[in-house]
Write a protein that binds this ligand. Structure first.
Ligand SMILES: *[C@@H]1O[C@H](CO)[C@@H](O)[C@H](O)[C@H]1NC(C)=O
Ligand SMILES: *[C@@H]1O[C@H](CO)[C@@H](O)[C@H](O)[C@H]1NC(C)=O
Ligand SMILES: *[C@@H]1O[C@H](CO)[C@@H](O)[C@H](O)[C@H]1NC(C)=O
Ligand SMILES: *[C@@H]1O[C@H](CO)[C@@H](O)[C@H](O)[C@H]1NC(C)=O
Ligand SMILES: *[C@@H]1O[C@H](CO)[C@@H](O)[C@H](O)[C@H]1NC(C)=O
Length: 517
């Protein structure tokens, strides 16, 4: 009897406590959430409604371009060649690649006139074009491939095997040779339209979950080209990366929609390697791996606007694997919203590598339900890619002049930023205008003081960081009590670092909190 009374009392006390907790909306909380909605629900409903709006904008913009194109045809400034006039079936069963190739050949033969600005090869709306893998190497003409219909890859069984790997290539380069649509040695090519490219990736992911070494094709590879623009198209369910930009210059990606489930395998959104002057604007990228990855020998890369959903955010690197030399410089990431991604922005380098990551700016980013928003990891060494043991080396890829200016929203890990730099070469980082809230159990509670992670919860973990030389150096990370801390990385090591790969095995060396609970 006594036991029951004690239990009932305990339950009542707990309920009472919960009610009190739910009601004590901190001033911070009431500014952030309308009554009753959990943060995750709020983030999802705004994500979905924004996504609908974005889809309409994308289609509208693209249809407007088409109307303009039709006017230019009347004025003799443009010619449209439909694949349907070259024998395409558009039934999703017959291979329409020969028809596409004939249409492109015809486009190359249109006589040049003073007026003629562009020749458009059109894959019209309401048809599905099954294509076997195709290489586009247009020469000497402003060519545009306009996709308004659906383009379909062959099934995995009928996809030609990967080209033979050359020993001279790095593993990453080998992976990048295999593609569905390959744009090679092009100069002034545009791919446009509101249509989509469907990659039927699920079969590939199933196999690659078991055999990660098995190669799979990217949907669109742009290599050794210059002045290439891709806009508005939807790319979905790629077997591997969605868009690869390799050894190219002046590439513009605008308002693309990459849409692939988060449980897919290695489905990076956009990968950039050995390329310069690349702009990614207002792209909507939902994927299962890096939303955007900037890899070695790339410079002047700008990623502005858009939304990255799930995935791993924007990654620079990994650089310096197996002692190699690798550099990336002049990367600007701004005005992007990250929803439920693992990280927002990340720089990863291996111990023992050489080269640098220099002049990297992350500006005005918004995070909603992101794990660790900012990660600089100079001890990158994931279990899946171990060359051998993760060695600690006196060599490292140098990271300098990184600016993080303007980062707001909420994260779920308790760690706002992890700047974990090498002992051999500390990195220089400018931090400004961080305004973040750490949240736990966000799916159950509206944000209240009880839904924030307790204690050491909204930390910036610095390890071998030296402050950069930019003028603004204030940092405010909102602590659960609403207080803020200023410039936590200005004294070098505020935290004892730990290697990211070790946390997975649950071994965390102790660290101290920047601010008291
Ligand atoms: C992207 O494509 C997916 C799949 O068709 C669609 O559900 C989503 O609304 C699209 N998003 C945008 C922003 O266009
Ligand atoms: C840093 O990179 C930006 C592009 O992101 C570029 O405009 C700027 O000139 C670079 N600064 C230096 C000092 O090279
Ligand atoms: C910050 O980014 C948002 C989009 O996330 C944009 O609407 C806003 O204009 C940007 N602010 C500044 C100051 O550029
Ligand atoms: C790396 O080596 C240095 C010097 O031997 C040592 O002080 C440091 O603790 C090591 N770091 C890690 C992460 O093992
Ligand atoms: C950072 O704060 C400074 C000073 O308040 C302001 O001038 C600057 O515009 C802010 N940057 C961003 C990205 O909000």
């Amino acid at each position: 009897m006594l036991k029951i009374i004690v239990m009932v009392l305990a339950v009542l006390t707990t309920i009472g406590w919960l009610v009190v907790q739910m009601r004590t909306q901190s001033s911070l909380a009431s500014r952030l959430t309308p009554q009753g909605l959990s943060l995750v629900e709020l983030a999802m409903s705004t994500y979905e409604s924004r996504s609908l709006v974005e889809m309409k904008v994308r289609q509208k913009e693209s249809r407007k371009e088409y109307e303009k194109l039709l006017r230019n045809v009347e004025k003799g400034k443009a010619v449209i060649i439909s694949v349907m006039d070259h024998g395409a079936r558009g039934d999703g069963i017959a291979d329409d690649r020969p028809a596409l190739e004939r249409a492109i050949a015809a486009a190359q033969e249109v006589p040049a006139t003073d007026r003629l600005k562009v020749v458009v090869v059109h894959l019209p709306e309401s048809f599905t074009f099954l294509l076997s893998p195709v290489v586009l190497s247009p020469t000497a003409r402003n060519l545009e491939l306009r996709i308004d219909g659906t383009v379909l890859t062959p099934t995995m069984e009928s996809f030609p095997p990967a080209p033979r790997a050359s020993r001279k290539m790095t593993p990453e380069l080998q992976r990048m040779q295999y593609a569905f649509i390959e744009v090679a040695n092009a100069d002034k090519l545009k791919i446009s339209g509101f249509g989509s490219v469907e990659g039927r990736g699920a079969e590939w992911w199933r196999i690659r979950k078991r055999e990660p070494m098995r190669r799979a094709p990217s949907l669109l590879l742009i290599r050794d080209s210059k002045d290439v623009a891709v806009s508005h198209v939807e790319l979905r369910n790629s077997p591997f990366y969605h868009v690869v930009i390799l050894r190219s210059k002046k590439v513009r990606l605008k308002r693309l929609n990459v849409s692939t489930p988060s449980n897919s395998v290695n489905t990076d959104g956009i990968d950039i390697l050995a390329s310069s002057d690349v702009r990614v604007k207002d792209c909507w990228i939902a994927t299962g791996d890096d939303n955007v990855a900037v890899k070695e020998r790339s410079e002047y890369v700008e990623v502005v606007g858009g939304t990255f959903y799930k995935g791993h955010g924007l990654s620079i690197g990994s650089l310096g694997e197996r002692g190699t030399e690798a550099s990336v410089s002049h990367v600007h990431l701004a005005d992007v919203t990250f929803v439920k991604s693992v990280q927002a922005a990340r720089i990863k380098t291996w111990q023992g590598g050489r080269g640098h990551a220099n002049n990297i700016t992350f500006k005005n980013l918004t995070v909603q339900g992101v794990g660790i928003p900012i990660v600089i990891d100079q001890f990158y060494c994931p279990v899946s890619q171990h060359p051998a043991d993760c060695t600690n080396s006196s060599k490292a890829v140098a990271i300098s002049d990184v600016t993080i200016d303007g980062l707001s929203g909420w994260h779920t890990s308790g760690v706002a930023a992890m700047l974990h730099c090498s002992e051999a070469i500390p990195c220089s980082v400018n931090l400004a205008n961080l305004s973040l809230v750490a949240v736990r159990l966000a799916s159950l509670f509206p944000i209240t003081s009880s839904s924030q992670a307790p204690g050491c919860s909204n930390i910036v973990r610095c390890f071998n960081v030296v402050p950069g030389n930019r003028p603004h150096r204030t940092l405010s990370v909102l602590s659960p009590g609403g207080g803020s801390i200023i410039a936590p990385c200005s004294n070098g090591n505020e935290m004892h670092g730990f290697r990211l790969d070790r946390t997975r095995k649950g071994k965390r060396p102790p660290f101290t909190c920047v601010h008291p609970p």
